[in-house]
Design a protein around this ligand. Structure first.
Ligand code: ADP
Ligand code: MG
Length: 241
């Protein structure tokens, strides 16, 4: 192979987490959760993150998404140090560049599926009609055409998570961070959620990080890393199937 075009073929780095340190201090002890963690995400890739319960997967995802500050280290998003900029930047980054999906859906119980999915767009000052149209289009794409006006208590777990996914995607983020998104779903609903995320990823080249307990789901990602002892290391996919 000729290497002269390797420059052209290089996939741009979307996010570069450098030497992250984060600990929790309680009255009794200091718990080191991230101890010099490095992670690079390429634009358009899907990364699975595995690791034992309590090892710091949620903490890592929160730091990558700007929800939590590390004690030291940097998160560079398109080369910008997200924690070194003013709060206005961080708010906008969280609202518009990143979409979050959580294990327990975190939908607002008094609002419909459509309203829940619309909120981040309204916060981003997208006008109401456009926000509603985008939310409706995403929910329809997710097979929820007949559930638009249902409240969370009137939705199944799989449906609730698809509403949460629509909410996470409404501002067309470059990065989707999903924290055990299938943790409360049965196998069928899990598979259909992951298929949906995979098809959105191939359609829009959205970069995706999925934290999961499921080796089966992790093995469907382009790349798998394991968080252990505060560090994240690559895992050979063939070893986890
Ligand atoms: N706010 C906090 N204060 C003290 N300890 C915390 C706090 N948040 C998380 N922890 C502890 O830090 C460790 C990592 O938590 P977490 O990132 O939620 O792990 P995981 O998502 O891998 O289960 C756990 O042992 C947890 O109990
Ligand atoms: Mg967690």
């Amino acid at each position: 192979m000729n290497n002269s075009n390797s420059q052209e073929l290089a996939v741009p780095c979307l996010l570069d987490a450098v030497d992250l340190h984060k600990s929790y201090k309680t009255s009794k002890q200091v718990l080191n959760v991230l101890s010099g963690t490095h992670l690079k995400l390429n634009t358009g890739e899907m990364l699975g993150v595995i690791g034992a319960s309590g090892v710091g997967k949620s903490t890592l995802l929160h730091v990558l998404g700007g929800l939590d500050r590390p004690e030291s280290g940097k998160v560079l998003f398109r080369g910008e140090d997200i924690f070194a900029k003013g709060n206005g930047y961080l708010d906008k980054f969280r609202n518009q560049s990143v979409g979050f999906v959580f294990q327990f859906f975190n939908l607002l119980s008094d609002f419909t599926a459509l309203e829940n999915a619309m909120f981040p767009a309204l916060i981003a000052r997208v006008d109401e009609k456009e926000s509603r149209d985008r939310a409706e289009q995403l929910l329809v794409q997710m097979g929820l055409k007949d559930r638009l006006l249902h409240k969370p208590s009137e939705l199944s777990g799989g449906e609730s998570q698809r509403v949460a996914l629509a909410r996470g995607l409404i501002n067309k983020p470059d990065l989707l961070l999903a924290d055990e998104p299938t943790g409360n779903l049965d196998k069928k609903a899990s598979d259909s959620l992951i298929e949906l995320i995979q098809s959105l990823n191939s359609e829009h080249q959205q970069t995706v990080v999925i934290v999961t307990h499921s080796q089966r789901i992790a093995s469907k990602m382009d790349r798998v890393m394991e968080l252990t002892g505060g560090l994240i290391n690559p895992v050979e996919k063939s070893l986890i199937i």
